[in-house]
Design a protein around this ligand. Structure first.
Ligand SMILES: NC(=O)c1ccc[n+]([C@@H]2O[C@H](COP(=O)([O-])OP(=O)(O)OC[C@H]3O[C@@H](n4cnc5c(N)ncnc54)[C@H](O)[C@@H]3O)[C@@H](O)[C@H]2O)c1
Length: 392
């Protein structure tokens, strides 16, 4: 494990908690006291303040990168040097150029690579995605994902150089991979329109943004991200298809409401802003945030010698989409997604979606009225005229 902070601890809780056969055997942290404390808390036999030493240990099967964004590349290159399987937290890079270098390096080294995008492994997402893939929603037209909270928990996130961006990069990376997964990861994201601003915080980066990602098949992805949202961690997805709809609330309203006058523990849930009054705790954060299913997939894939569901390639695509978002926020125009590496389908147009009613008409819609009549709206194929039929 590289990094002993916020996500390193969530990951360790999940890695050691779920299958119990997986163990953190070596921990690197910048400061000795943090490395030592992590080693004590998680019964890790080896700790060090030298990154390469932690990676090179013979008992290490896979390296988990839980470091600030500006250190991902250095850590990945060391894994390549020592031919160690690697999994990296999000975002893969601070931009697509960094992500591409990492992708090319792991592939040249021939090492297992996993992209730790936990939010496509949440129980709700897994079920929703299955329904989408089974066709329950028909053709996916629009997929929106929203992640907003009152801002990150460590100094480096707020520094543009170390973080590489503001909430677009930090939170938008989740939203882009979620919406891309609903739309189909083989469908090419082609252009992005994005509004971003720094509305509240004294920072160079954006603290609030909304973006639209256009896909080659006509589907649209939408992300809403903020570091200035008040009220906790808001994680929601909405998917609209030609045959159905999904709404998911993953965190702030999960059907668990609690009231307290404030006596007792301080921790309610990630980024919760209050510990008194009506609260919205999360039953099992590790599971609800997808960490358990994510590490199951990573380790199962590693053991079988297969690629996991999320690889560095996915991290690279996400970075390329977000680079276009940053360009659009500046230019105020739709900006193309520059994908120098693309492994999905090419030239996918809008699928034919017209429903034939009879030889002459397409069906526009049907509706059962409150007065018991079934109405059909039809369009004549040649004249284009709309007519209605009432079936008693
Ligand atoms: N849901 C998620 O997937 C999720 C959530 C939070 C963070 N993250 C990602 O995890 C990574 C780490 O974030 P975090 O929240 O754990 O941050 P953190 O600040 O809590 O922890 C970062 C760790 O890196 C160490 N570190 C900081 N600066 C360093 C430096 N210059 N040299 C060496 N080590 C240094 C810290 O000591 C700490 O151990 C980031 O890439 C972030 O985007 C992912």
């Amino acid at each position: 494990m590289l990094g002993s902070g916020f996500i390193g601890r969530f990951y360790a809780d999940s890695i050691q908690g779920y299958r119990s056969q997986d163990k953190v055997v070596s921990i690197y942290s910048r400061r000795e006291e943090s490395a030592r404390k992590f080693a004590e808390d998680y019964a890790v036999p080896f700790w060090t303040t030298t990154m390469e030493e932690a990676i090179a240990r013979p008992e290490v099967d896979i390296v988990c990168i839980s470091l600030p964004n500006n250190l991902h590349e250095e850590a990945v290159m060391l894994c390549c040097k020592h031919k160690k399987a690697v999994m990296t937290t999000k975002p893969l890079g601070r931009n697509a150029a960094e992500a591409k270098r990492m992708l090319e390096a792991v592939e040249a080294a021939g090492i297992f690579n996993g992209y730790l995008e936990d939010l496509v492994y949440t129980p709700k997402f897994i079920k929703a995605e299955q329904s989408v893939r089974n066709g329950a929603l028909g053709r996916i037209l629009w997929a929106k994902s929203r992640e907003t909270h009152p801002g990150p928990h460590s100094d480096w996130f707020w520094d543009l150089e170390q973080a590489g961006g503001g909430c677009i990069l930090d939170l938008g990376c989740h939203c882009v991979e979620i919406t891309r997964s609903y739309i189909g990861k083989d469908i090419k994201p082609v252009e992005v329109m994005c509004w971003a601003d720094t509305q509240v915080k004294p920072i160079e980066a954006e603290d609030h943004a909304i973006g639209l990602v256009k896909y080659e098949n006509g589907a649209i992805g939408q992300f809403e991200v903020s570091w200035t949202f008040r009220g906790g961690l808001d994680l929601r997805d909405e998917v609209m298809g030609s045959e159905g709809t999904i709404w998911i609330n993953s965190f702030l309203r999960t059907g668990f409401d609690m009231f307290t006058t404030g006596k007792g523990g301080d921790y309610v849930a990630e980024k919760a802003e209050s510990n008194t009054g009506w609260l919205f705790p999360v039953g099992d954060e590790l599971n609800e945030l997808g960490y358990n299913h994510m590490f199951m997939d990573m380790f199962n894939a590693l053991e079988k010698g297969e690629a996991p569901k999320e690889t560095f390639y996915d991290g690279y695509v996400v970075n390329a989409v977000l680079d276009a978002a940053y360009r659009s926020a500046k230019s105020k125009l739709w900006e193309p997604v520059n994908l120098e590496v693309w492994r999905g389908r090419e030239g996918v147009g809008k699928d034919s979606h017209l429903i034939e009613w009879d030889a002459d008409h397409y069906l526009v819609k049907e509706e059962m009225t409150h007065y018991g009549a079934k109405k059909l709206i039809l369009k004549h194929k040649v004249s284009g005229a709309f007519i209605q039929k009432v079936l008693e």
